[in-house]
Design a protein around this ligand. Structure first.
Ligand code: SF4
Length: 322
């Protein structure tokens, strides 16, 4: 099976049962975004790909840990030898930190508003990075919205100012205001991600009450001018009810701006808990559009320094492996 087909098949399942030796050092938990909550996850890698799996006792994918990270994945006829990647914070090789858990918005596909609200202090985030600084090559910061978007931006700017001393590339993904790109750029941030989330304005209006799609597009445009083409990202969830044509149009809307879309298969939680993840065939079709759209605009995901495009655990990222 071709590498992309294999990864698409695994992403379409999205979960794994972990058996064998104790794998505690390889476990990650998440408190932000549509993957938040749950039993945690692991990153399984071969020389050709990395895949993140949520842990589930009922998954058809089994990962058998033989010790010291060495692992075998079994799924039907598929048997792969690989390894569990050590996690920095949240994902391999990065300190990817959620500053504020919980959110004032209520996007229908997201678990974050159902999680307890909590905010890490500037010194707490500093200590978290300090504890792992020798085994990471990037810092990524994300946040829910604790009280309002302006206050959240102010607070995240304080966090970023403090983290600059580590001398690592910093990426930031928060709900933006008009000022966010300029402020983050002025603080030395290298990359930003502002999420469009839904492929069409109609889905966005229904599923993201209180959000402003036009604002996000304007902020992405400004960001490309400041951070450069290929260093601005936007998540779009695949499987919210859009057609392939609509997803393709959204991908092209973003790539024409110089933004790298991150096509994220639906995690069926929150208001979508009865829905299906997109199947492997659809993931591959969309990955084909994605790859062509990136190529046409000269955008190369392998140049990413931070966040999901660097990690590539949850998506079919064109150009993998790094
Ligand atoms: S791709 Fe993004 S959301 Fe997925 S594990 Fe990596 S950093 Fe986290």
């Amino acid at each position: 099976m071709h590498r992309q087909e294999l990864k698409a098949a695994l992403l379409a399942v999205g979960s794994a049962r972990l058996t064998g030796k104790d794998a505690t050092p390889y476990l990650s938990s998440s408190s932000a975004g549509p993957g938040a909550g749950g039993q945690g996850s692991v990153f399984f890698s071969t020389s050709a790909m990395r895949v993140r799996f949520s842990l589930s006792d009922t998954s058809p994918v089994e990962i058998i840990h033989a010790g010291e990270g060495s692992a075998t994945l079994r799924y039907g006829e598929i048997v792969l030898s690989g390894r569990l990647d050590p996690v920095g914070l949240h994902c391999p090789e990065q300190a990817y930190i959620t500053v504020s858990s919980g959110c004032i918005f209520n996007c229908h596909y997201c678990n974050v508003p159902r999680l307890p609200k909590r905010r890490k202090s500037v010194s707490e985030v500093h200590a978290m990075v300090d504890g792992i600084k020798d085994r990471i090559n990037a810092i990524s910061i994300t946040s829910g919205v604790y009280s309002d978007i302006y206050e959240e931006e102010d607070f995240v700017c304080q966090v970023v100012r403090d983290l600059a001393g580590f001398g690592l590339p910093i990426g930031v993904s928060i709900y933006p205001t008009e000022q966010t790109p300029g402020r983050l750029h002025g603080l030395g941030v290298k990359e930003v991600k502002f999420n469009l989330e839904c492929a069409t304005p109609e889905l966005f209006k229904t599923l993201c009450p209180g959000h402003d799609r036009d604002l996000i597009i304007r902020v992405l445009q400004k960001s490309v001018v400041l951070f450069g083409r290929g260093h601005v990202f936007s998540n779009v969830i695949l499987g919210l009810g859009e057609t392939d044509e609509e997803m393709n149009a959204c991908i092209r809307e973003l790539t024409k701006l110089g933004v790298i879309p991150v096509i994220r298969p639906l995690n069926p939680i929150a208001g979508f808990s009865g829905s299906m993840r997109p199947d492997a065939e659809r993931l591959l079709r969309i990955a084909g559009y994605h790859e062509r759209a990136l190529e046409e605009e000269g955008l190369d995901p392998r140049q990413a320094l931070t966040m999901c495009v660097r990690c590539r655990g949850c998506d079919l990222v064109p150009g993998e492996p790094l």
